[in-house]
Design a binder for this molecule. Structure first.
Ligand code: NAP
Length: 473
């Protein structure tokens, strides 16, 4: 393809996966490819803005890489534009050679147990969005005053983030970009203890070493591990965990935690294992009062891993708050092929497949969590996006370095591949479209608000506010 007829690609979603895909696509200057990114919010960066914990600013600095991509002359950002609402799949296929879906996994996975919807029971996805100022979750009511104990279900990094955020002091939170509404509620919190409950053992936990270590150095919370419970779970040999460096180190860290004696009067993060919730129990006021668990034992599961099997023993833990941190779930996009079982877009190596024939669909690709499921860290998306971009470029007869290759079977030819035409269409459908300059105005505004208090930014959390600031530009 030459400059006269560049490949034009629409990337749907502006999180890490979308930006890595855009970066890979634009890398070859000679190829003249053009990338338009559509984002449903006015603001970019996906989970880097609304998922990464506010006390992890270093992780957030990855946006500098995405800013470089956004500055590329052949990149355009169309924020506040919702795929399926303002523009359809068919319309995009009429304007672009390819669509790359990068919409992530915005939903929570339900536990499927009685009482899950009781007041006081929250999906971690919502709580994380709430403290990070995601406009969808600003209205979440989190009562941290009525309960002294919270239970977090799950043993992944999100569970650890939630436990830590609940136990950070006001002083620790002050220099972060935690949403102001959350800072106020967290400052008044009367929660003294957070119990993190995993259904399997310490060797099978999904959290990573640095995140687990952070729990051991909190300003006003001790980490508590029952050595007897730990060793009971570790008594069942797990060959896969034995081979896994992260799992081995997690076990070492937890064994050290088990030797610690908590200080009277300090708050606590209690790490429990081999417990599956079976029911959330309401108190007289109808709100959550306790969690009933069944104790598990570890037995051989699929592919050499160990799975949790319920025993006859139960345990009830009084708690007014539950955060369900058992993983995220993908959401189908209107008109796009979806694999219900995996909750991902049906694909092979990033090529979207026809649901009937399972053959690649011309011009449709997918990256990130909505491609492979909600796993891995931010950097995982770089390699993941490369696989998809390689497939796309192979289909269009070019390699990443711009040299010609054999055209694949999925070549798509849009009816109207005109940059101005699609922009006109999007602006007609969404007059409040936010350009990258609009986002930069929001960014400057937020940083300016944060500066006097030594915070990286004060986030705008209402769409109308963001649009006002973007429009002032
Ligand atoms: P995750 O890593 O998949 O962990 C989910 C946890 O929930 C697992 O412990 C799992 O246990 C448990 N679980 C699943 N179904 C359950 C059920 N029905 N009952 C009880 N427990 C259940 O998911 P995540 O914590 O949401 O994290 C998503 C991804 O984002 C991960 O790759 C994570 O590393 C990443 N992340 C990274 C950071 C960071 O780097 N700081 C921060 C946040 C998130 P089993 O193992 O038994 O299934």
């Amino acid at each position: 393809m030459s400059d006269e007829s560049p490949i034009r690609i629409a990337v749907i979603g502006s999180g890490p996966a979308g930006f890595y895909a855009a970066g890979h696509l634009l890398k070859d200057e000679e190829a003249g490819r053009e990338v338009d990114m559509l984002e449903r919010l006015p603001t970019p960066w996906g989970l880097v803005r609304s998922g990464v914990a506010p006390d992890h600013p270093k992780i957030k600095s990855v946006t500098r890489v995405y800013e470089k991509t956004a500055a590329h002359p052949r990149f355009r950002y169309f924020g506040n534009v919702c795929f399926g609402e303002h523009v359809s799949r068919e319309e995009l296929l009429a304007h672009y050679h390819a669509i790359v879906y990068a919409t992530g996994s915005p939903l929570d996975r339900p536990l499927g147990i009685p009482g899950e919807e009781l007041p006081g029971s929250h999906a971690a996805t919502e709580f994380v969005g709430w403290y990070n100022g995601h406009p969808d979750h600003t209205g979440l009511e989190v009562d941290l005053v009525s309960a002294e104990r919270a239970v977090v279900i799950g043993n992944g990094n999100v569970a650890v983030d939630v436990a830590r955020m609940l136990m950070l002091t006001a002083e620790e939170l002050a220099p972060t970009d935690t949403a102001d509404h959350a800072l106020e509620v967290l400052a008044r919190s009367r929660v003294r203890e957070v119990v993190v409950a995993g259904r399997r053992g310490p060797a099978q936990a999904a959290f990573t070493n640095p995140e687990l270590l952070e729990l051991g150095v909190m300003a006003d919370a001790d980490v508590v591990v029952d050595g007897e419970e730990l060793e009971r779970a570790l008594a069942v040999h797990d060959e896969a965990a034995e081979q896994d460096q992260t799992a081995r180190r997690n076990v070492e860290i937890l064994r050290e935690y088990a030797t610690r004696t908590p200080t009277e009067g300090r708050r606590r993060i209690v790490l429990r294992f081999l417990l599956s919730p079976t029911e959330l129990i309401a108190g007289d006021d109808g709100a959550l009062a306790a969690v009933r668990f069944v104790r598990n034992e570890l037995v051989p599961g699929e592919g050499g891993s160990l799975r949790a099997r319920a025993t006859e023993e139960t345990e009830t833990i009084a708690a007014g708050l539950v955060f369900r941190a058992i993983g995220y779930r993908g959401e189908p996009l209107p008109g796009v092929s979806f694999d219900e079982r995996r909750a991902t877009i049906l694909n092979e190596g990033g090529r979207v497949l026809d649901p009937e024939t399972h053959e690649p669909l011309a011009g449709e690709y997918v990256v990130g969590w909505i491609k492979r499921g909600p796993s891995g860290v931010i950097g995982t998306n770089k390699k993941d996006a490369q696989e998809t971009v390689d497939a796309l470029l192979a289909d269009f007869g070019t390699s990443t370095n711009g040299s010609s290759g054999s055209a694949g079977s999925s070549l798509h030819t849009p009816a109207e591949p005109d940059a101005a035409a699609v922009e006109a269409l999007l602006r007609e459908r969404q007059p409040a479209l936010v350009t990258y300059e609009g986002w930069e105005a929001i960014d400057r505004h937020e940083r300016g608000l944060g500066e006097p208090a030594g915070r990286p930014r004060v986030k705008l959390t209402q769409i109308e506010e963001m649009l006002r600031v973007a429009a002032a530009e």
